[in-house]
Design a protein around this ligand. Sequence first.
Ligand code: ADP
Ligand code: MG
Length: 780
Amino acid sequence: MGTRKKVHAYVRVKPTDEFAYEMITFGEDNKSIDIHIKKDGRRGTVNNQQTDWSFKLDGVLHDASQDCVYDTVAKEVVAQALDGYNGTIMCYGQTGAGKTYTMTGTTENYKHRGILPRALQQVFRMIEERPTHSITVRVSYLEIYNETLFDLLSTLPYVGNSDTPMSIVESPQGIFVKGLSVHMTGREEDAFSLLFEGETNRIIASHTMNKNSSRSHCIFTIYIEAHSRSLSDEKYVTSKINLVDLAGSERVGKTGSEGQILKEATYINKSLSFLEQAIIALGDRKREHVPFRQCKLTHALKDSLGGNCNMVIVANVYGEATQLDETLSSLRFASRMKLITTEPSINEKYDAERMVKNLEKELILLKQELAIHDSLANRAMVTYDPMDEVQIAEINSQVRRYLDGSLEEIDIINLRQIQEVFNQFKVILSLQEQEVEANLRRKYTLINKNDYATITAVQKAGLVDVEGNTVGETDGQGFGLGIAPFSAKPGKKGKIKKSYKDIPGALGKKDGLLSPVSGKDGESISTSRTQLLSSSKEADVKDVLSRDREASGSEPLASDSPKEDSRITRPATPPPKPSAFEEFKNERGSEINRIFKQNKTILNDRRKKASETAQRINSIKKEIDTTKEALDVQKNFREEQGEYENKGLMIIDEEEFLLILKLKELKKQYRGEYQDLHDLKAEIQYCQHLVDQCRQRLLTEFDIWYNESFLIPEEMQASLKAKGSIRLGLFPLTKLTSLAEDDEEKFGQIQASVLPDCPDSVSFYNARMKFDQKTPCPYR
Ligand code: ADP
Ligand code: MG
């Protein structure tokens, strides 16, 4: 922005022989004009009429030649236009006061030519003085009559006829009159021809259209565009000089105008008062809106009034006493204009084409500079061109090798390469992210952490525990004992929380033990549970053993008894049962013992789960209770506030609605957990059953082994075995003596009498004996 400037206002008094010297006086500095009116005697003694005015302007042009007027008023404005400043010179005043004379002058007499031809002359002269610049000049001549736009240069042969009326258009480049012809003038002479053409048209039009030329506003515009001849300079300046010959400012009614004259006068008065309003608004820095569009005159001059341009106003006045009223009015206008401040600034633009060409040139130069630099620095030929696909692919491969460790360093070549390396890092990173996510999605169903409903559903389904861990991950060890059917498909509820019916409880083919892990043998025999020994009592094998010992009057536990290898030599006295039992568990009965332990582990695991489930149920129950309470509070509050119903539906607020949803969800969870607990309890019962059976079997096998190994004489065993493959160890020694006679019938009776406390075991052992006859028992 340039420096702030005031609008320059001048007054030009039309020469006359009847100059009112007693009424109009000029200041010595030639910048002020004083008006004095004699008191009107007819108004009586009381007369408040003002009689003296003093106007301070930028200059008074009295008896001034056209030359002088131009130099004072226009010369500087035109000169600045060639540097890129817009300029506007306006002549204001009543009809006949000399506006046209000042602006255009007389076309017959060169000496009396006005501002217009002189401005054109100055422009061309200055162009000649600036050989460093290529300056183009164009002109247009617009007339505004009764708010209608006329092109005073439309009669030129090369101007096409346009049927659409002209209009004022605002564009980012500024304001322009659509449809107005603008003429390039390469020479002063051409410019004059255009001026004469316009003046002629103005006069002709006033006759043919019956318009009074002094009732229209005429705007002659000189457009200047100056480019430096130096191609390195891509800046250029544009400007326009508006030379405005305003319509007569005399007020309507004074002459009793009517018809067309009244209409003209109304338009003129309106547009001049709009001009004044716009200019006042421009001068008021607080005013954001300037009413330019109220009339064609101000709209067309929007970017040439005030604002960033140099502005000059000439008030043309009569010097006669009879015209004093209008003179005063014009002087008031001029002095108001003088208060307006403008900020002239250069209209600087950039020649895009020239800019690109210059940048290209500079690029070539810099590349050459860089090449010299590289050769001085002994650097191999480095290219600075943009990379092609092959080079980018090579960098991508380098980065990959760097990431996997097969490339230790990536050599730095130039800035472009560094940028591409970073770029490829980003590409690879984002690809890896995508891969990881895709893998996760293949394996898992990813759930949004905030998706409460889905998480609850998944927890319910047993896919994740409360902490969000996948079920089976941490618990997996519990199934790691080789329970194939359980762990075959981890993560599936059906496989983990099976009811006891689904657990393959069966006799192992080899060990004959009931075990939920028997599936690992690949073959299982379904077992009727009614056949099985059952004990619901919780007891460790040792406890059972000691109880047994007490009942049978055996030796007390002696854990420090030395171990003896019964298979090699039978000791004279049988070893104490507790130590023999320890030995049995480690050797002969190790497999039964292992299965027994596994079953216990599974049982414990189920108990733990059941206890956790019960805890969860309790906490859900608590939450249900608090939610119910909160809901009741809401309900009561609603009832107190008064209820709303819509089409039979109760309207409740969002909070209550959310509580209802929560309660519903909690109840659902409660039911689910309850069902799980129920299933677990059944499973626990079944596992308990198996553990008891295993325990019983372990003890039975031990007793058989103990009897056979230490108590029954070897000869008796040999003779009885020859008669049938019964398990002799099953029977106490005293009972076996009668069996020596091989009485098959007696055997059955004995069986029934020796096992009175476990009658169910008979059929079991019978079945077992038959099975053993077909399959050799590994423990014999
Ligand atoms: P306006 O355009 O204000 O209506 P004009 O410029 O047409 O008035 O002037 C009316 C007449 O007065 C014209 O014949 C013109 O030549 C003459 N005239 C105006 N001012 C001067 C002047 N300063 N010196 C000589 N003649 C003038
Ligand atoms: Mg005129």
